[in-house]
Design a protein. Sequence first.
Length: 283
Amino acid sequence: MNTRMKKLLIYGYGYTASHLVEFLDPKNYLIIGSSREEKKINSINKNIKFINDNLVSNYLLEDDITHILVSVPPNELGDIFIQNYKEIIIKNKNIEWIGYLSATNVYGDHMGKQVNELSETKPTTKKGINRLIAETQWLELISKYNMPIKIFRLAGIYGPNRNIKERITKNLVKNIYKEGQFFSRIHVRDIVNILNLSMCNLTKNNIYNVADDFPCNLNVIIEYLCKQNNLIIPKQIKFDDLNLDYKKESFFSENKRVDNSLVKTDLSIKLSFPTFKEGYKDL
């Protein structure tokens, strides 16, 4: 394992990236985060230096970036980072790891069956289609330039300040029910642990599903949380009663159970929150 100081560039400083920054040891990582928000750029955070997006190419050209995390959503043309910086990164010989945060919506609808990293990708939502275009672009960089890229297909992310329990208490949750529907999710702390281990350990595989061990219907979680916290269970809404546009682009339009065995095997990891029950005890 390489123990020298690493330089991590985070392109797209969002929820997961912010938790990763708090987790990583500043003795081991010098972290740079790009943002268009003046509030972030002017903030004082001992663990990260924020720069404006228009300075990213300058930092990449310095050729001392060792790790890159790309967590910005793609557009219709695919990955925005590749669109802007491909010609720079393919010439950088110091890059040890590039992590791209994708999503399990690239699989599309598998009618509740289990999907692994070799399953067919057939997204139906705009977000899923854009994600798959971006993944294809990253995989092309692997095949053409042998770049150390890891694609993480994240299930639904939850954690502090981003969870169903808070939405229930604020009357913001929709208790939508669709028979036979499965969702997979992952606690942000497990994502961060997986990213950290991946950054420290070279593995053969390039794509990983990141989900917990217990896919289930949304209303199972809502009812459990309400009973545990003495909250009124929100009125159930049948999926078939929703308008067509919502159904087409909603999470309910695709049904699958995400298999997480590969990432657990390759990184020798045991999830801290294998099901939503452990996860919500922490929130």
